[in-house]
Design a protein around this ligand. Structure first.
Ligand code: NI
Ligand code: MN
Length: 226
């Protein structure tokens, strides 16, 4: 399983049988080095409705004919706009041709157009992706929660964890998350995209190393084989 970090919370995941994009947000993403038009994939995984996780989902789904996998409300929303979708909900897993996806809890909010006329986009989720004998956890946007201990029982080869603070866990809580999840490697996400979530990922990695965890800081465009 090869991960390419595309900035913010967006990753391209290449498995033996399919290419997936998680939380597609490229065109308006200050940290992205490519645009939505540059992406080729078979599946799109969306953790929650906020535009910084789903902003380019429809464009990519339509152009690539990719199947969008997300909670029921997000799947119905994009389905009504013409995307091929597969709806799920937290606690549920499904076997796809490339492997298994299970949606997990996340403590956050989830809507589209969060101004005067917000559209309800179901509950926010995390994602567990199993493919090629590897298990990946993308936490989405979330606070720290005790049930991460249950997620860790899946035996995580890699965990993608927000550290930005303000909207999600900050570095202190992300360190506790590492204790709960015990991934072989963790990658910090959802930081430095805008000033309110500015963080020193290198300092976080150093603190994690002192506590016995492996954290890899990825720049936009970097790849990691899991
Ligand atoms: Ni969010
Ligand atoms: Mn976000």
């Amino acid at each position: 399983m090869r991960l390419t970090y595309l900035g913010h919370s967006c990753f391209l995941v290449e498995t033996a049988k399919a290419r997936l994009i998680i939380d597609p947000y490229l065109n308006d993403n200050p940290a992205a080095r490519i645009k939505a038009a540059d992406v080729q994939c078979d599946y799109i995984l969306v953790s929650h409705g906020h535009e910084d996780h789903s902003g380019d989902a429809l464009e990519i789904a339509k152009r690539c004919g990719a199947t969008l996998i997300a909670n029921y409300e997000i799947a119905e929303y994009f389905g009504a706009k013409g995307a091929k979708t597969h709806g799920m909900n937290p606690g549920g897993g499904h076997d796809f041709p490339f492997g298994r996806v299970k949606l997990t809890l996340a403590h956050h909010t989830s809507s589209h157009n969060a101004g005067l006329n917000p559209i309800y986009m179901g509950v926010p989720c995390g994602l567990i992706l199993q493919a090629d004998g590897r298990t990946l956890y993308h936490a989405g946007d979330t606070a720290l929660f005790m049930d991460m201990q249950l997620i860790g029982r899946a035996g995580l080869d890699a965990a993608l964890l927000p550290i930005g603070d303000n909207f999600t866990m900050g570095p202190d809580d992300a360190l506790t998350a590492l204790e709960f999840l015990k991934p072989k490697v963790a990658v910090p996400i959802h930081y430095n995209t805008w000033p309110p979530i500015a963080q020193d990922a290198g300092a976080f990695a150093a603190r994690a190393a002192k506590a016995g965890h492996t954290v890899k800081v990825m720049k936009s465009g970097d790849t990691l084989d899991v």
